[in-house]
Design a protein around this ligand. Structure first.
Ligand SMILES: [Zn+2]
Ligand SMILES: [Zn+2]
Ligand SMILES: [Zn+2]
Length: 272
């Protein structure tokens, strides 16, 4: 299974829109792996996780080929994860597609509402919506997908996803603060090849009860190994970094090294 990270910043991006802070000024200057667009990742050829407001930039500069994306898994409705207005791009005359071309969108009730409210009437001709519920797994081609309950927003059912194919299993664990116990109950039934975690607040933990920092990530890793969900071959990757915490790639690489966690960067690709 191949995982490609297109966006590894949090909702404001790094450097952040309008931001005059020292970190953002420096990031604008040095660029490279210090540029973090809004969140999205691809699994193999046809599966995209989240539809970021930077999806167009990912297509033009990041190598994303949306003509190959058949399935879109959405974690929650925050605009850095689901920018519904750009889904309109699949309709003519903005795009010419074959009559049978459809985008299969999987997400919670709120995502269904946003699609309905944002897109033109008759959007069902190009977009199929599948409502997800935590702990009710489904199949997308050869992938088994298990939505889990995140600890992120009270107003909707935010998901983490387990995605599994041919014995390779990844946990897409953002956005979330420390996982709720009912999510751990499900996680315990799996063995992971790769675990991707929210690390919005880097050196500060439990950020507003919605996000995690390094120590939280390390606690998750420790518990997963202790309880048999992971072992020394499991790759742990942190992502979704906020500008406030100086998420320069080199700094994060140093900070994460003692914990055996890899900080993601825009354009990072791994094979698991
Ligand atoms: Zn986010
Ligand atoms: Zn800033
Ligand atoms: Zn969020």
């Amino acid at each position: 299974m191949k995982i490609h990270f297109y966006g590894t910043g949090s909702s404001e991006g790094f450097p952040a829109l309008f931001c005059e802070c020292e970190y953002c000024r420096t990031a604008r200057k040095i660029g490279g792996k210090n540029i973090r667009t809004r969140s999205s990742a691809q699994i193999d050829e046809s599966l995209l996780i989240d539809f970021s407001p930077d999806t167009y930039a990912h297509e033009v500069y990041g190598g994303l080929d949306l003509t190959k994306i058949k399935y879109l898994l959405v974690t929650h409705s925050h605009t850095d994860h689901f920018y519904a207005a750009d889904i309109e791009g699949i309709f003519p005359p903005m795009a010419e597609t074959s009559p049978e071309r459809k985008l299969e969108v999987y997400g919670n009730e709120e995502i269904g509402k946003l699609l309905k409210d944002t897109l033109q009437k008759g959007y069902e001709s190009k977009v199929d919506f599948h409502r997800t519920e935590s702990f009710y797994p489904f199949q997308i081609e050869q992938y088994t997908v298990m939505p889990l309950r995140a600890n992120h927003m009270q107003s909707e059912e935010c998901h983490l996803y387990i995605i599994s194919r041919d014995g390779r299993t990844v946990l897409y664990g953002q956005d979330s603060a420390m996982f709720p116990e009912e999510t751990w109950e499900e996680l315990k039934l799996w063995k992971f090849s790769c675990v991707i975690l929210d690390c919005t607040s880097v050196d500060r933990d439990n950020y507003f009860d919605c996000h995690m920092g390094i120590q939280d990530n390390a606690r998750i890793k420790e518990r997963m190994i202790k309880e048999g969900m992971a072992d020394e071959d499991t790759k742990f990757i942190a992502t979704h970094f906020a500008h406030t915490f100086a998420p320069y790639h080199e700094r994060l690489t140093e900070l994460f090294r003692p914990y055996g966690i890899i900080p993601a960067y825009d354009g990072m690709e791994i094979e698991i």
